[in-house]
Design a protein around this ligand. Sequence first.
Ligand code: GLN
Length: 200
Amino acid sequence: MKVGILGIQGDFDKHRKLLDDLQTESIVVRYESELSSIDGLIIPGGESTTLTHIIRRTKLMEPLKLFAEQKPVFGTCAGLIMMAKSVDDYRIEPLGILDISVSRNAYGRQVFSFSETIELSDIGKQSFATGTFIRAPRIKSLGTTVEILAHYHGEPVAVQEGAHIGLSFHPELDNELYFHKMFLAECESKINFTDKSNVA
Ligand code: GLN
């Protein structure tokens, strides 16, 4: 299995380190051609206005949407904003991978960044996880097919729809492996499913 990390802007290197710790091969993705060799894609945090600008300039908008129709995508913070269906800022062109609407910078300014404990919905394995919120987006509404994976102060901060996962916060800054493991399990099950349908 090989995971791609969109490396056009933001903290992609931190995700790479976490994947190294999980003994998972990864590559930094900057061009459309690189998408064909990976089993899942991480869109890291950063700045969604800049991400929109570079994705447009490098003509990655359509290839990323097509990729998400076939393989899992995992976004953190600005990555979640890019995965949303609608964003409260006309400068952002989101990819519409998750049926959610988000509000940018809703958890305060950079100086109010905080590392916090969040409550996981699936308390079977683990009840809490840690995440850092940096000018984090708030998930304002979600479609009926979107599942909430975690709450912070009663609000959804981690969601899943099909194989895709999006978080308002950064787990990679706290070496929190819970969501990366979940994403890798989605990539794995997609590979197994594809292998089987090739045989059938
Ligand atoms: N506030 C940023 C944005 O709107 C996201 C911040 C982050 O990714 N930590 O793009």
